[in-house]
Design a protein around this ligand. Structure first.
Ligand SMILES: [Zn+2]
Length: 118
């Protein structure tokens, strides 16, 4: 499809053999075409901006998810005798590998906060 040259059409309808009604109709159509072209250009610009924004948001979600994964890996569940599950990060661990003293049940407050649990 060829783009109509509305500037050329506006000039052409000034010819003496073009009736005032035809000239008025063509000029009105030219105005409408120009308006639609402007709106189309604005919409394309908005679509491009929205696409860029969506890509930024997706990148932000990826960074956030990676951070949450690191926190969950840090606050991992650890099975201890006799049959308890504790948070490996929040519980105190002796140099011999045994947990002693402050022992936090799993899920710990950090994981409960991430999960939205009370
Ligand atoms: Zn923890």
């Amino acid at each position: 499809m060829t783009d109509l040259d509305t500037t050329a059409l506006r000039t052409a309808v000034r010819h003496p053999r073009v009736t005032p009604w035809a000239a008025g109709t063509v000029l009105a159509l030219c105005d409408e075409i120009d308006q639609l072209r402007a709106e189309n250009g604005a919409a394309r610009g908005e679509a491009t901006a929205m696409g860029a924004y969506a890509r930024e948001m997706k990148q932000g979600v990826t960074v956030r998810d990676a951070a949450l994964d690191r926190v969950r890996a840090l606050h991992r569940p650890v099975e201890v005798e006799p049959s308890d599950t504790i948070c490996g990060e929040c519980s105190y661990r002796l140099s011999n590998g045994r947990y002693f003293g402050k022992v936090e049940d799993y899920p710990c407050p950090t994981i409960r906060a991430l999960d939205g649990a009370p």
